[in-house]
Design a protein around this ligand. Structure first.
Ligand code: GLC
Length: 548
């Protein structure tokens, strides 16, 4: 058996001196995103330049060289707009400005320019379903009377029961508690209720109001005109609400859980909204939209990526699948089928800022890491767009023992301190050095503490080792971008033993994964890369291999 690693060449990575060559490369007819590797930056956890312990755009700017080295095609930057930060920036009080915590518009411009020079596109995160409760529209709505145009931008209703003391319907908030909050009217009396599917600090907008649509279109143009290459659209299956806001049949109070029959999401009216937004994007030929769409049914999922709606939509099947060959294969088939009917491109992701990190999901420790290495090879072998969450390339685990006073996810408070929420997957990136905060910040502490045990997981230490997760990712991303074997939209499955899977791309790449506990013979071919060094003609347990 040949060597199991391919050393990246010195000339790897795009030529930063020729921007047009770099940014125009990709599939013919534009659509650079069709097979792109996106890197998700959670800004408060990526790198801090300001010394306050919280990551910012200046930190991202300083670390762009690392992302170029990693070889990613594009960035998705989670929200950096003005926000009181009740939900990590997903509560936006001014969608057309940068929050001072993260920098200012000038730094964003620098990030855009430098990323483009280095051959990377930049997408931002837009939040259409709701605003912050400190958005001037919402504070005006609170000052205005029921039925006023100010209230019509949101979803205000009278309560039910005697004196309207009960919420207008039985919907719970995704973060716990009811999805309605009662306001005190300007006359000092208890009054109407407003809808917030997420935290009370995130009032839902009324997308039937043309002013809301127009304002969002203005926001899109604002950033696109600055050179942003597209958007990740938050809760893209939200926005539209069913007429009359009927009660839920079964009240699902589980937090952060998704269900296709949930009336809070996936109302058919959402597709008209996406068609409107697509028209704006089409004014910018290379711009892409990626929707966060938590919808399981394939037909209904596919509707979001029809040719006049979103370009891409996150399919979370792979992220929800355990390390089991049959289930992984079903998730891959499902994700491809979901978009094939409408001629769209599949997307792949193993984790993000809302999901437990994959190393932990796959069992944690050395086993979890070994499986995460296998899964990243599987993911990068697939046709379509891949999304890597910052820290995945380092094999970071979840941190499930953060001190309680450090927790910031609204779920923690809203659940009465019973659900810790998502902070465990948002711990900052360890960059260098032997102890926390590992070069993330010049402050003594990062906003969430980094475990001292991460000394061996720093970017610096991993870049020095060819057998590290980051080296594996670099090699895999480079091969994916340069080798002709990765061509073709579909894949063909090979028969394989129980607990194993193998498929072939039209270009000739073969990917095999062994999730069983016994070694299995390698498929025929020459080894291009494997998730652990191979010894002989067998694929060991918890391992993936690429062959040509
Ligand atoms: C999306 C985001 C999540 C946020 C929520 C509300 O699901 O990914 O982080 O809390 O929307 O905006």
């Amino acid at each position: 058996m040949g060597s199991s690693v391919v050393v990246p060449t010195a000339s790897s990575g795009p030529d930063a001196s020729d921007e047009s060559t770099v940014l125009e490369s990709g599939p013919p007819g534009g659509q650079w995103w069709r097979s792109a590797v996106f890197y998700q930056v959670y800004p408060r956890s990526f790198a801090d330049s300001g010394g306050d312990g919280v990551g910012d755009l200046g930190g991202l700017l300083e670390r762009l060289g690392y992302l170029e080295l990693l070889g990613v095609d594009a960035l998705w930057i989670c929200p950096v707009m003005r926000s009181p930060m009740a939900d990590g920036g997903y509560d936006v009080s001014d969608p057309r400005d940068i929050d001072p915590l993260f920098g200012d518009i000038a730094v964003l411009d620098e990030v855009l320019e430098e990323a483009h020079d280095r051959g990377m596109r930049v997408t931002m995160d837009l939040v259409p379903n709701h605003t912050s409760d400190r958005h001037p529209w919402f504070t005006a709505a609170l000052r205005a009377a029921p039925g006023s145009p100010e209230r019509e931008r949101y979803i205000f209703r009278d309560g039910r029961g005697p004196k309207g003391a009960e919420p207008p319907n039985n919907w719970p908030s995704i973060f716990g508690g009811p999805a309605w909050t009662r306001v005190t009217e300007p006359n000092g009396k208890p009054g109407q209720w407003y809808l917030h599917i997420f935290a009370p600090e995130q009032p839902d907008l009324n997308w039937e109001n043309p002013e809301v649509v127009a304002d969002f279109e203005q926001t899109m143009r604002f950033w696109l005109n600055r050179g942003v290459d597209g958007f990740r659209i938050d809760v893209a299956h939200g926005m539209a609400k069913p007429p009359g806001l009927p009660d839920m049949d079964r009240v699902n109070t589980a937090m952060l859980v998704h269900d296709d029959n949930d009336p809070r999401f996936n109302d058919p009216g959402v597709h008209d909204i996406h068609r409107r937004l697509r028209k704006v994007l089409d004014e910018y030929p290379d711009a892409v939209s990626i929707g966060e769409v938590w919808v399981d049914d394939n037909v209904r999922f596919g509707e979001y990526v029809r040719s006049d709606e979103l370009h891409l939509a996150f399919n979370f099947r792979l992220a929800e699948t355990s390390f089991d060959a049959a289930k992984i294969r079903a998730a891959v088939d499902n994700s491809i089928e979901a978009v094939a009917a409408v001629g769209a491109v599949p997307t792949w992701t193993l984790s993000n800022h809302d999901i437990e990190r994959e190393v932990t999901r796959y069992g944690g420790g050395a086993v979890g890491l070994r499986r995460a290495r296998a899964m990243i090879l599987l993911e990068l072998a697939l046709p379509g767009a891949v999304f890597l969450y910052n820290g995945s390339e380092l094999g970071l685990p979840n941190v499930d023992d953060l001190p309680e006073d450090a927790l910031r996810d609204p779920t923690w408070e809203r659940s009465g301190h019973t659900e810790r929420g998502r902070d465990g997957c948002r711990v900052p990136i360890p960059w260098e050095g032997r102890q926390p905060p590992f070069g993330f910040t010049s402050a003594e502490q990062s906003w969430l503490p980094i475990p001292p045990q991460w000394a061996g997981l720093t970017v610096e230490s991993q870049l020095e080792r060819l057998d590290s997760m980051v080296s594996l990712c670099r090699m895999a991303i480079e091969l994916r971008s340069v080798r002709p074997e990765f061509a073709g939209d579909g894949l063909e499955w090979y028969g394989s033993p129980v607990g194993c899977l193998a498929f072939r791309r039209a270009g000739g790449l073969i990917c095999a994964v062994n999730t069983s506990s016994v070694p299995t013979p390698l498929p025929p071919g020459e080894v291009l890369l494997s998730s652990v060094p191979l010894d002989g003609a067998m694929l060991p347990p918890d391992t993936a291999v690429w062959l040509v």
